[in-house]
Design a protein around this ligand. Structure first.
Ligand code: HDD
Length: 710
């Protein structure tokens, strides 16, 4: 369903990009040097049947370029999807930061890239994985990159371990199996020796790692950063992106099937939402912590495996991001986008989080390699909207043409230009003046040794069905591990988090739960903390509501959700239209599914052009299912694909409705009447009730009651 464009997608950045766009429409085909090509079908030969000639520069030009079309994919986060948009500030933060783009009312163009971590560039969207959430703000003071994830903590505490973590999770080096999956020996070997990963593992095994849509996930800056005001005073900050459509995941069985039906499920969903004018939006939230309070928590603010519970420091909403334009070209924009947490603007600084400190080097280095040299910032997608002016020059693929004979500083020949801001009393980037008096050492601070308190906080904050999903995910992943020692070691870690969790997973794996951490795990933990395990501090809270994805009563929306309408010969148009209208009023979409594409004739005589069939689609691609009335029941009763559709939707805890006269199908299916199954003949207010259930996302309690063999 196309919406009227609410907002212009033009901004300073998209206008800048417009200058780079090539439109081939109506133009003659040329070589890369602009020479018109007469014949693009035949190579130059010595006679009709003779060998090709080396002087065929038109062929050589074409092949030389084709042979070099691929660049190295990102070593992590290789698969991603991007979009342009705008970020608007609507709070006054001048007390905390001098950053221009964080002042009230300022609008800043952004480019956002979402990604999975472990899979290759062509892997499936529905892998169980962390999602990257990178935002490039094209501010008037230069580019600022907030390179976060959809999970607010990380696996490791120090950047030194990053290559090891990634080697462990990526496909194993001998046979390159498995693709886009953490369910294998090397990952769990590493994790079971790194108890600091316990908190992150709880999040990654939750439904957060199988999002319903990229538009329905939170984003986090993960680390603690610093805001710095005009007087140079610092304030610690944690960044949160809160999606307007809520945070939702799919069922694991569903995720696996979506990967088969449409491995571009998330990419396509994002693209279509923007094309249809359903612009995804997130509110930016901040947890602001005065510098004086740095040491007032039960955990260390610099530890990237810890959150600051929202009950302890509330999240203040300060602005909104809207994605309103798809890229013109995937490679030029999404693939060549170079994000770097080291790119900060005046008013923002790093904290001493050792993971963040390590990231500051890695990204610039990787872009240099991936994008072929130090001029990657000149690529259109990476250019700042304010013009860069400095004395750097040359290098592979340089595009800017530096004017004049001066490329050094200080100089007199160019009147000292470009000058540094301080020389003219202007503000430029200044690091926060943080006093540091210390010794050099390779060490980890004491509070970093508390690995389980917040893992427990996360687990205990989940509803019972969410806890079950975590138990099932761990059981699935560890069942795929071949080495029993690794399985046991990880279950010993789970036991430190929560006994019930460990008992359930242990029982699913057929092992008894070790009460103590494995000797090898202890040995590695003692590298960092010789007296490990240390007694943790008492946590501020034992439960934190925002950690659960459960939709609160009366909240939720069905905007942009897709409902499958299952048709067969004899279905009624009136029955289709009544529910379709109600869904569209809520911003949801009805998709008609029929036995074949092309013209479908309704019982009453009207027709509809069908694009989705029982062969091309499955229930896993939809949020709810409706069987319209009419005279199609006889046909549906003989349609096995129809039954697969409704049974599977039922198993995945979706809302289902059956119009008057279609009830007979229930007897032949696994669908049983519950609070998410509606019969027009019995439920007077079925339309509004069905919409209310859809707002809750799923009838999750159903999965405990019944398992459907599809
Ligand atoms: Fe990273 C890419 C997020 C730790 C090294 N990372 C990358 C991307 C995201 C993150 C979203 C994709 C950027 C894009 O869309 O192009 N990474 C994180 C978060 C981390 C984190 C939230 C911890 C809180 N990363 C991390 C560490 C290191 C790296 C500790 C190395 C020391 N990350 C990289 C990289 C990548 C990358 C190798 C691969 C491609 C790229 O940078 O551009 O440099």
């Amino acid at each position: 369903m196309k919406k009227e464009k609410k907002q212009t997608d033009e901004n300073q950045k998209t206008k800048q990009l417009q200058q780079q766009i090539t439109d081939n429409n109506g133009k003659v085909l040329t070589t890369n040097d602009g020479v018109p090509i007469y014949d693009n079908n035949n190579t130059l030969k010595a006679g009709e049947r003779g060998p090709s000639l080396q002087q065929d520069h038109i062929y050589l030009d074409k092949l030389m370029h084709f042979d070099r079309e691929r660049i190295p994919e990102r070593v992590v986060h290789a698969r991603g999807s991007g979009a342009h948009g705008v970020f608007e500030m609507n709070a006054d933060l001048s007390k905390y930061t001098s950053a221009h783009f964080l002042q009230k009312g300022v609008q800043t163009p952004v480019f956002v890239r979402f990604s999975t971590v472990a899979g290759f560039k062509g892997s499936t969207d529905l892998a169980r994985d962390v999602r990257g959430f990178s935002v490039k703000f094209y501010t008037e003071e230069g580019n600022y990159d907030l390179v976060g994830n959809n999970i607010p903590v990380f696996f490791i505490q120090d950047a030194m371990n990053f290559p090891d973590l990634i080697h462990a999770v990526k496909p194993e080096p001998n046979n390159e199996i498995p693709q886009a999956a953490s369910a294998h020996d090397t990952f769990w070997d590493f994790i079971s020796l790194m108890p600091e990963s316990a908190h992150m593992i709880m999040w990654v095994m939750s439904d957060r790692a199988i999002p319903r849509s990229l538009r329905m996930m939170e984003g986090f800056g993960v680390h603690t950063f610093k805001l710095v005001n005009a007087e140079g005073k610092g304030t610690f900050v944690k960044f949160h992106w809160k999606p307007r459509l809520g945070t939702h995941g799919v069922a694991w069985n569903e995720a696996q099937k979506i990967s088969g039906f449409n491995s571009d499920f998330h990419r396509q969903d994002l693209w279509e939402a923007i094309e249809n004018g359903n612009y995804p939006q997130w509110d930016l939230g901040m947890q602001l912590i005065p510098e004086e309070d740095e040491h007032s928590f039960s955990f260390d603010l610099l530890d990237p495996t810890k959150i600051v519970p929202e009950e302890v420091v509330p999240v203040t909403i300060v602005g909104t991001m809207t994605l309103n334009k798809n890229p013109e070209n995937f490679f030029a924009e999404t693939e060549q986008a170079a994000f770097d947490p080291g790119r900060v603007v005046p008013g923002i600084d790093f904290s001493n989080d050792p993971l963040l400190q390590g990231r500051i080097f890695s990204y610039m280095d990787t872009q240099n390699y991936r994008l072929g040299g130090p001029n990657f910032h000149e690529l259109p997608i990476n250019r700042s909207i304010n013009k860069k002016t400095n004395n750097q020059k040359d290098g592979f693929a340089r595009q800017d043409i530096l004017k004049g004979d001066v490329s050094y500083f200080p100089n007199s020949k160019a009147a000292g230009c470009p000058y540094h801001a301080m020389l003219k009393g202007e503000t430029g980037y200044q690091s926060h003046k943080e006093p540091i008096e210390t010794v050099k050492e390779r060490k980890r601070t004491q509070l970093f040794a508390d690995h389980f308190t917040q893992a427990r906080l996360f687990f205990q904050s989940q509803t019972s069905y969410e806890q079950n999903h975590i138990i099932n995910a761990l059981s699935f992943e560890l069942s795929k591990v071949n080495d029993p020692k690794i399985r046991e070691r990880q279950v010993a870690i789970l036991h430190q988090i929560d006994k019930h969790l460990a008992m359930q997973v242990g029982s699913n794996l057929g092992i008894s739960v070790p009460e103590q951490l494995d000797e090898l795990t202890l040995q590695f933990a003692r590298n960092n903390h010789p007296e490990y395990p240390l007694k943790p501090n008492k946590p501020e809270v034992e439960k934190s509501a925002p950690l659960s994805m459960a939709v609160k009563k009366g909240e939720g929306t069905i905007a942009t959700r897709k409902v499958a309408f299952l048709l067969d010969e004899g279905s009624s148009k009136a029955s289709v239209d009544a529910f379709k209208k109600a869904l569209e009023k809520e911003g949801a979409e009805a998709v008609l599914i029929a036995p074949h594409v092309g013209t479908f004739q309704f019982m009453e005589g009207g027709t509809e052009n069908i694009q989705h069939t029982y062969a091309t689609d499955a229930s896993v691609l939809y949020d709810a299912v409706y069987t319209p009335g009419g005279k199609a029941t006889e046909k549906l009763l003989k349609n096995p694909d129809y039954f697969a559709f409704i049974n599977e939707a039922y198993r995945h805890c979706k809302a289902l409705a059956f119009a008057e006269g279609t009830e007979d199908v229930l007897a032949q299916s696994f669908v049983e009447k519950d609070r998410g199954v509606f019969l027009e003949s019995k439920d007077k207010n079925w339309i509004s009730e069905m919409i209310a259930v859809m707002k809750e996302h799923r009838v999750w309690e159903r999965e405990e009651a019944r398992k459907v063999p599809v």
